[in-house]
Design a protein around this ligand. Structure first.
Ligand code: BGC
Length: 762
């Protein structure tokens, strides 16, 4: 964003204005917020409604230091004469993102935690809350006031470039994980920003694209996760998204930000825009988008509007009151003396534990894993030597060192065979040396794989006990992935095929590790290796965590929070993604409606490669003794069951409750996830009883004709599953009369006609 000389002038004027102190002026924290607002000049009011500009900008004329923490994403204005301190905010979902220049003072490394998709794969909200606690401690101790996280948009399509920052294709998982993360982070007395509100599922043309979504799909899928996270997490702030939704920018949409978020869900904090998001500052203010980030660009426009009275001063005062309430909560306002020394060692351990629990074992023929009698390992694939800890963009973390898969094996006491290591190291060095780019951080991740000759592969077999092949993928905000990126390249497939053939001929095993941020194709290569472990992008301890699983020190208990389709064409939104027209999309009709992910595959009987909720373990669990506290629903129903470890090693199990609801004139998906829980670590022979309570809202679907959540009368089936397909126990209950559970506002209708997918034939 370019700054005009006028804006520079305005910024300068403001610095002078704010440096004049007045002993009698009301003080934030001591006097009423209304009194502080009443004492503000029009300029001060307008400046306070937005950040101080691009975080990297500092005022050249005054020398004023606008960047308080290097690498933070932005800050709010400070007005010393009124006791208003700045609030400093930074990204992001996988850990604090600030600059780390070891040569500079006050520049620090942070811990890279597993990305959100990996965290969701744990199905363990207590663990996610704990990760949030550790992340939030870095926010506090490095002098930040709020973290721009969690991000909980739905994985609508596997090609969305930001899926790694998001949790799941299911709103319950996304909402519960988001709420847990918020609770953990905010337990430090720092803020969060739940983002990107809402329907930010496409990165192509992200600042102009219009997501066209039916009211039902919005309420049940795209808003539902936010509703859960707001109600159960109480974030200090929410970030509106870049996209348009049903015709309007989300940051300019009163119905979204005020009617739904504030009036229906009782959100109490501030709404901030995404960086330079939206187009009309006055509309944003009116909608209730209190804070414009990173700010500065809209000062002139808002000041003019205030002076011309084309914006009601009451609106400005309302938004200011919210911003000042937020500022008052911050550690900086409270004078917290941050140490700059969070316990990075302890946080690395938390990152490692979370990483192991998020890894998903997709295949394990002949109990290949855990490894037995293996000493020497042949490591194939460039990603084996350059681990991808996280995605690119604002979801990235500046960590000190990521443990590669190679390092993980060495730390675990294994030997890595030569000359393979030398071949790959040379390949990686060549990629880095040949590139003219200054920032070489992710070059290797995006580079094509090294083709190996058969002799090169054969040469490894004798000297190694087994082969590991790592497949890597990276992506990030600002663009979506391509179908080519979803598929494995011919070189990658050949590598898997040839290595598998060579090792199998010698009676040795092959394991494929997936160090990826989003869903990829698996069915055209998965038959070749003996085992497949989906490691995800698991933060800086990835290599160690992975070897903990491969060795059997930790029993894998991760399960998929999204479906892995057989082919990209099977994805319900494949035809319309990213939008219309395809090359330069402006509109994105969500034609699949409520049928996102497993809701589609299960209802339309489309087979998947790995279904939602899938994941193997080194042990087995028996589900038994399902009971309901009543056969008839009045206002709640509780289901209880027992899960027993009947295998030979200790393990945890992610237990999933699906509900099949009566089909009426309002069509329903085949089943929907309504609750889930992770057992404790169960020793062999040990059992645990789990209970889940469903209220009427969980039974209900959104009837857009009457804008009401309705639980239809009829028989409901509870399905307790180890995955969405592996249903172990069933029980049913009746709802004797249709229940009108909650009437909501009839808002956010699509601005274009489009045909939504339906199971009812025309
Ligand atoms: C991203 C946000 C991020 C912000 C600040 C934007 O580009 O969409 O998620 O918080 O930048 O870095």
């Amino acid at each position: 964003m370019k700054k005009t000389p006028f804006l520079f002038g305005l910024c300068l004027l403001s610095v002078q204005l704010f440096s004049q102190t007045n002993g009698k002026a009301p003080q934030l924290g001591k006097d009423k917020i209304e009194a502080v607002i009443a004492a503000m000049t029009p300029e001060e009011k307008v400046y306070m409604l937005m950040g101080l500009g691009d975080a990297n900008w500092s005022n050249p004329s005054s020398g004023e230091k606008t960047v308080i923490v290097s690498g933070s994403a932005g800050r709010t204005w400070n007005i010393p004469r009124l006791g208003i301190t700045p609030a400093v905010v930074a990204d992001g979902p996988a850990g604090l993102r600030i600059d780390a220049h070891p040569e500079k003072t006050l520049s620090f490394y942070c811990t890279a935690f597993p990305t959100s998709s990996a965290l969701a794969s744990t199905w363990n909200t207590a663990l996610v809350e704990n990760v949030g606690k550790a992340m939030g401690n870095e926010v506090l101790e490095y002098g930040l006031d709020a973290l721009l996280a969690p991000a909980i948009n739905i994985h609508r399509n596997p090609l969305c470039g930001r899926n790694f920052e998001y949790y799941s294709e299911d709103p319950l998982v996304a909402g519960k994980m988001g709420a847990a993360m918020i609770r953990g982070l905010q337990s430090n007395g720092v803020g969060t920003s739940l983002k990107h509100f809402a329907a930010n599922n496409i990165e192509t043309n992200r600042t102009i694209i219009n997501a066209v979504i039916s009211q039902r799909a919005l309420r049940e899928i795209y808003l539902r996760g936010f509703e859960i996270a707001v109600k159960e997490g109480q974030p200090w702030t929410v970030m509106s998204s870049y996209n348009r939704l049903n015709g309007f920018y989300t940051s300019e949409n009163y119905d979204l930000i005020t009617t739904i978020l504030r009036n229906e869900w009782r959100f109490k904090g501030i709404v901030m825009s995404d960086w330079w998001g939206g187009a009309d500052a006055v509309a944003q203010m009116n909608a209730g988008n209190d804070l414009l980030m990173p700010g500065c660009a809209q000062r002139e426009e808002l000041l003019k509007a205030l002076k011309n009275k084309t914006i009601d001063e009451e609106v400005i005062n309302r938004n200011l009151a919210r911003i000042l309430t937020f500022v008052q909560q911050t550690p900086r306002f409270k004078g917290y003396a941050y140490s700059c020394h969070p316990d990075l060692k302890a946080h690395a351990q938390i990152s490692r534990l979370a990483a192991t629990e998020g890894m998903v074992l997709l295949k394990n023929d002949f109990n290949t894993l855990p490894l037995k009698g293996i000493k020497k390992i042949a490591l194939f694939g460039k990603t084996s030597y350059r681990f991808i800890a996280g995605g690119t963009g604002s979801g990235e973390v500046n960590y000190e060192k990521a443990i590669s898969i190679k390092d993980g094996f060495i730390n675990g006491g294994y030997q890595i065979v030569q000359p393979l290591e030398a071949i790959y190291t040379h390949f990686i060095d060549t990629i880095l040396t040949n590139s003219k780019k200054e920032n070489k951080k992710q070059l290797v991740d995006f580079h094509t794989e090294l083709p190996l000759k058969n002799e090169q592969i054969q040469a490894q077999v004798k000297g190694s006990d087994m082969a590991i092949i790592t497949i890597g993928r990276n992506a990030g905000e600002g663009s979506d992935r391509s179908i080519a990126d979803f598929s494995l390249t011919t070189t990658e497939k050949n590598l898997i095929k040839d290595v598998s053939a060579a090792y199998h001929a010698a009676g040795k095993k092959v394991v494929v590790i997936l160090n990826i941020g989003g869903v990829i194709a698996t069915t055209d290569w998965r038959d070749d290796p003996d085992a497949i472990l989906l490691a995800w992008q698991t933060g800086q301890e990835g290599g160690n965590a992975l070897v903990d699983i491969l060795k059997g020190l930790v029993n894998p208990s991760g399960k998929l929070p999204m479906s892995f389709p057989i082919a990209y064409a099977d994805v319900p939104s494949a035809k319309s993604f990213p939008g219309e027209p395809k090359e330069n999309p402006l509109n994105a009709p969500y034609e699949e409606g409520i049928y996102v992910g497993y809701r589609y595959y299960d209802t339309f009987k489309v087979p998947t490669a790995y279904e939602f909720g899938y994941g193997l373990s080194y042990t087995q669990f028996l589900y038994s003794d399902i009971t309901l506290d009543s056969k008839t629903f009045s206002d709640k129903i509780t289901v209880t069951l027992t899960v027993k470890n009947i295998g030979k090693v200790a393990g945890k199990e992610a237990v999933q409750l699906y509900l099949s609801t009566p089909q009426t004139e309002m069509e329903k998906p085949e089943q929907e996830l309504k609750a889930f829980a992770k057992t404790n670590l169960l020793k062999p022979g040990e059992s645990q009883q789990l209970s889940f309570t469903l209220d009427s809202r969980l039974l209900a679907s959104f009837h857009s004709g009457i804008s009401t959540w309705v639980a239809d009368k009829g028989t409901y089936e509870i399905r307790m599953g180890a995955s969405s397909k592996d249903i172990r126990l069933k029980a049913s209950f009746d709802v004797p009369q249709t229940i009108l559970v909650e009437k909501d506002h009839n808002v956010l209708y699509p601005n274009r006609l489009f045909k939504e997918l339906s199971i009812q034939k025309d």
